[in-house]
Design a protein around this ligand. Structure first.
Ligand SMILES: Cc1cc2nc3c(=O)[nH]c(=O)nc-3n(C[C@H](O)[C@H](O)[C@H](O)COP(=O)(O)O)c2cc1C
Length: 215
């Protein structure tokens, strides 16, 4: 079978669930938490993983990161502030998030503005990470070109040795959290015959308005 035949034959029918206005909480954050809890109970691996899309010179760029908190209605993830995404957010604060929870045949899309969180929040979270992850964050110049795996290992080893006597590792200033304040969310539930349910929340005058979109 050719790759195209294999691709053409890949087809599943979505019929596990449905979504209507009556199922949706007036608050999209409550609705997100409800679906997130259901994804935790399902067979989803890493349900907190989402595709973060940013803009780089008018071109979209996406990569996976992990949701690590929801604070006052804002979605929080952590990264390297000097990474490609860090520079892109610096230039354009508008980002989108896409969650895919396939076992539930669900997708959630969120759009909003990303800003750095207060340093105390990043400090707190940094201290909760395993030591190896902390050293990795200190040592790795995320998104920069490196000559080899060996160069990376040496960077890690150097940082590890330097900090050997420190029980508590200080958060490097180049690493921390971003919070995304949403103004648009879409909850997508797969349905039969590709007649999926799509309910969107749009913010206007501090109120959330719900609408249904065609699949
Ligand atoms: C499952 C998964 C989780 C990830 N979580 C994070 C994360 O929370 N933060 C992060 O900076 N990168 C995370 N990454 C790595 C990013 O996808 C990406 O490679 C990295 O952030 C560099 O992206 P950039 O060069 O576009 O800035 C994760 C990757 C995967 C596959």
């Amino acid at each position: 079978m050719t790759i195209n035949e294999k691709l053409e034959n890949l087809r599943i029918h979505y019929k596990k669930n449905s979504l209507d206005f009556g199922d949706c909480d007036p608050s999209p954050i409550v609705q997100f938490e409800k679906w997130f809890d259901e994804s935790l109970k399902s067979e989803c691996d890493e349900p907190n993983a989402f595709i973060l899309s940013t803009i780089c010179n008018s071109r979209p760029r996406g990569r996976v990161v992990l949701l690590k908190g929801i604070n006052e209605g804002k979605f929080i993830f952590y990264s390297n502030y000097l990474s490609a995404k860090g520079h892109e957010i610096e230039k354009s604060v508008f980002v989108s998030m896409t969650f895919l929870w396939l076992p539930l045949q669900r997708q959630v899309r969120i759009e909003g503005r990303a800003t750095k969180v207060e340093s105390v929040l990043s400090d707190d979270y940094f201290q909760k990470r395993p030591r190896g992850n902390q050293i990795g964050a200190i040592a790795s110049p995320q998104s920069q070109r490196v000559s080899s795996r060996q160069e990376l290992e040496e960077l890690f080893k150097k940082a590890d040795e330097k900090l050997l006597s420190s029980e508590v590792l200080p958060r490097p200033l180049h690493w921390g959290g971003y919070s995304i304040e949403p103004d648009y969310l879409e909850f997508w539930q797969g349905r039969e015959s590709r007649m999926h349910d799509r309910i969107i929340y749009e913010k206007s005058d501090d109120k959330w308005n719900l609408s249904r979109l065609a699949p």
